[in-house]
Design a protein around this ligand. Structure first.
Ligand code: HEC
Length: 229
């Protein structure tokens, strides 16, 4: 306790020990009262006193409960509810409908396929067959999907030119939607004009072939012969 906080009475000049003939309490009485006071009152502390820990827990608990309450009772509230351009399915809280996207497909193609087939889709003579104007890419979407999922190894003829190479099962590491974007891109780039590919079709084919080993091109043709123009 510092001096400023003392009762002014304490600073009065001391009186004689007996206190006889003087007004006010004796020194002995003052000491007694003072010690009584300091027993009853807490020392004033500097700064803030710590919040009792149970209050902290109480508020944390309340915050947690509020979070749970909001997640369970928000009625699928989403920021997109106010976005007039948002797809309908998103507003309803359902999955967003898949749209084959050749632009996404191009990015994925550059990352996963262009090292061999080249960004031009023309491949590398004697090593990697072209996808541009390739009869393998047009027509049956399942043929393309299977080639991407399982890969190809062995002799193959593309646009009248023979190759004998090895394409790994690139698609095994890609998602259905990613493969659908890639397939859509290769079927529509470089002058190709085939239909886009849906992710559900990729999922279907993936389920049907499982963890199949690479296709020998002739075997893939037995399942999906090249369409005659
Ligand atoms: C490591 C190199 C490599 C990568 C990466 C690769 N391919 Fe191939 N691809 C080949 C080879 C080699 C062949 C020919 C296989 C054979 O000779 O049996 C081929 C064949 C094909 C064919 C059938 C033939 C044709 O030219 O139309 C398609 C379709 C195809 N690839 C698409 C793709 C797509 C799409 C990707 C990316 C997801 C991809 N490839 C990634 C090497 C590759």
């Amino acid at each position: 306790m510092n001096d400023r906080n003392r009762h002014p009475d304490n600073n009065r000049p001391r009186r004689g020990p007996s206190g006889a003939g003087s007004e006010g309490p004796s020194d002995g009485r003052l000491v007694e009262v003072h010690s009584q006071l300091s027993r009853d009152k807490d020392e004033p502390a500097e700064g803030f006193s710590l919040t009792p820990i149970f209050i902290v827990f109480l508020f944390c608990g309340f915050g947690f409960w509020a979070g749970l309450y909001l997640t369970q009772n928000s009625g699928n509230f989403a920021p997109s509810a106010f976005d007039l351009n948002a797809p309908k399915a998103a507003v309803a809280g359902g999955p967003v409908a898949f749209e084959p996207d050749a632009a996404k497909g191009e990015k994925l193609f550059l990352a996963n396929c262009a090292a061999c087939h080249q960004a031009t889709g023309l491949g590398v003579p004697g090593a990697f067959p072209p996808l541009a104007k390739s009869a393998w890419v047009a027509g049956s979407e399942e043929r393309v999907i299977k080639a991407i999922l399982a890969g190809l190894a062995g002799e193959i003829e593309v646009n009248g030119v023979k190759y004998n190479g090895n394409m790994p099962n690139i698609g095994a590491g890609l998602k259905d939607a990613q493969i659908a974007h890639i397939a859509t891109y290769v079927r529509q780039a470089w002058g190709n004009t085939a239909e886009p590919v849906m992710d559900t079709k990729v999922a279907e084919v993936r389920k049907a072939i499982g963890n199949r080993a690479q296709y020998i091109p002739a075997d893939l043709l037995k399942e999906h012969p090249l369409e005659t123009k």
